[in-house]
Design a protein around this ligand. Structure first.
Ligand code: FAD
Length: 384
């Protein structure tokens, strides 16, 4: 067993590393401070094929695999998490449900544009009343004259309000099962459909150059053919999507944690105190050594989860472990990196302050750390 990258994966990693260093790093701080969406960077990422990485060429993709997407996310997040989450949500939440569960017609209609990065897809699961307890969905969709009529509100939806947002797939209650539990299905709603409006655009602690909005559905009608996957399978489908997505978020967290090591190493060699570089002091060296150890173990955890997924083996527990380890590493490394930077760590002109603000959401999005622990405990056979 090896965790060395293949030639193709290493070439992709190097290409994205170069793009992030030369094209994202110099400009992203400005977008972040203005809370502006980086359309030009997203367009470049589209031209590089990043949005089509794990999809077959017949759908407009690059014919790569999910691990390739993870490597790209890691390299982007090493420099900035807003562009990384835009890619992650666009691919693993926006396009993947259609690729995995959509009809031929849905794939033909939507995937080429989503793979090119000219259009973004979104995934609407969370509601104002709760995200962890996804089975408690309140949004409804009822069939009327051959159309789904969607009513409800979705909260915190990434990529849902940009100028290039093309669609959102939402989970909705479409009936009741024999045992009284809600029947949940997934419905595709194209952007601009009357009855769907972009509500509150959130002011966030981090990920400030990414797009996050509330979506409101009020008698929103779409054709019956916009059901994604089987009726009543919406819950099982999004569990699969979230299992995969956790590996992608873990890669993103590893990138952020690695970015903290990169910046700290550089600064520890340059900054002087008491007559020499601060990197001479063991307190600083130990902090950097701990940061490196965390990022290394978290990286191995997501490589392992991804390789199991690609081999068609069960990977739920490994994905949850990878996300938990990686978000912990990101939080701890961001705290230590800002400490190493002293007062400058609190200034927006240095990336470590941005890393500090961006790390927290990794313990929350696509399943909180408590939910990851619950999943791991269940996989170990402990009672639900
Ligand atoms: C910037 C951003 C982008 C997002 N993008 C998307 C998106 O694109 N699509 C989407 O659908 N959602 C998205 N989300 C939502 C995100 O997935 C949810 O915020 C997350 O799943 C947690 O749900 P919640 O916020 O409702 O917290 P809650 O579910 O209300 O949880 C609150 C607290 O209670 C804890 N908790 C809940 N249940 C239990 C339990 N049984 N045992 C122990 N502790 C428990 C949680 O761990 C948490 O600490 C995004 C969120 C943010 C902030």
């Amino acid at each position: 067993m090896t965790h060395r990258l293949s030639e193709e994966h290493e070439e992709l990693r190097r290409t994205v590393e170069e793009f992030a260093r030369t094209e994202v790093a110099p400009v992203i701080g400005d977008y972040y401070e203005r809370g502006a969406f980086p359309y030009d960077l997203v367009a470049k990422m589209g031209r590089m094929g990043l949005f089509g990485l794990p999809f077959p060429e017949e759908h407009g993709g690059m014919g790569g695999d999910y691990f390739a997407l993870c490597l790209a996310l890691e390299e982007l997040a090493r420099v900035d998490s807003s562009v990384a989450i835009t890619l992650e949500a666009g691919v693993s939440l926006g396009a993947m449900p259609l690729y995995r569960f959509g009809t031929d017609e849905q794939r033909r209609t939507w995937l080429p544009r989503l793979c090119s990065g000219e259009a973004l897809g979104a995934f609407g699961l969370t509601e104002p009343g709760g995200g962890s307890d996804a089975g408690a969905t309140r949004t409804t969709a009822r069939l009327e004259d051959g159309e789904w009529v969607v009513d409800g509100t979705k909260a915190f939806i990434t990529n849902s309000g940009t100028d290039i947002t093309a669609l959102v797939t939402v989970t909705a209650v479409t009936g009741r099962l024999a045992d009284g539990r809600p029947e949940i299905s997934a419905i595709l709603v194209p952007a601009g459909t009357p009855g769907m409006s972009v509500g509150q655009h959130y002011s966030k602690v981090g990920w400030n150059a990414s797009d996050t909005n509330e979506l409101v559905f009020d008698g929103c009608r779409v054709p019956e053919a916009n059901l994604v996957g089987e009726r009543g399978r919406g819950y099982a489908q999004f569990l699969r999507i979230l299992d995969e997505g956790r590996i992608a978020i873990a890669a993103l967290g590893v990138g952020l944690a690695q970015g903290c090591v990169d910046e700290s190493l550089r600064y520890a060699g340059e900054r002087e105190a008491f007559g020499g570089a601060i990197g001479r002091y063991q307190a600083i060296q130990f902090m950097i050594a701990d940061m490196e150890a965390r990022v290394h173990t978290a990286r191995l955890a997501y490589y392992d989860a991804a390789s199991r997924m690609l081999a068609g083996e069960p990977f739920k527990k490994q994905a949850a472990i990878a996300k938990l380890a990686s978000s912990n590493a990101a939080m701890d490394n961001a705290r230590d990196a800002t400490q190493i930077f002293g007062g400058y760590g609190f200034m927006n002109e240095y990336p470590v302050g941005r890393f500090y603000r961006d790390a927290k959401i990794l313990e929350v999005g696509e399943g909180t750390s408590e939910i990851q622990r619950m999943l791991i405990a269940r996989e170990l056979g402990l009672p639900a």
